[in-house]
Design a protein around this ligand. Sequence first.
Ligand SMILES: [Zn+2]
Length: 146
Amino acid sequence: MNNFINKLTKFMYGRYGVDDLYYFLLIICLIIIILNIFIKSSILTLIEFIILILATFRYLSKNINKRKKENKRYLYIKDKIINYFKYQKRKYNDRNTHMYKKCPKCKQKIRLPLKKGKHTVKCPNCSHKFEVKCSKDEKVKVEIIK
Ligand SMILES: [Zn+2]
């Protein structure tokens, strides 16, 4: 038993191992396996195998720098997607009191209170001034207190 552990340790030495992308690939594979129980598609089985081979390849890879770059790219894309949905959720929750505009110069997203009419807005990021038109006033939610 000890000999086996020694051999395994020697085999794994200098290999990449697990990271966020590895777990993501396994989760995707698991979802496809569960879906495939009901669908029973040979194409999905092939995709499962490809994902498993890819995850195993990355796990056992000795090109650590390349795997780190792949993981970094994955985390960057994941962050962008999560931030997009957070922004949409916030925009939706504020729909009656605020509007969101992008600065035409630096593309910074700016949250503005709803006030009917034309307004000049100064970007807090680059100090660029631009016009904003607003067609609706702030709606204050009426709450019933019992
Ligand atoms: Zn700006």
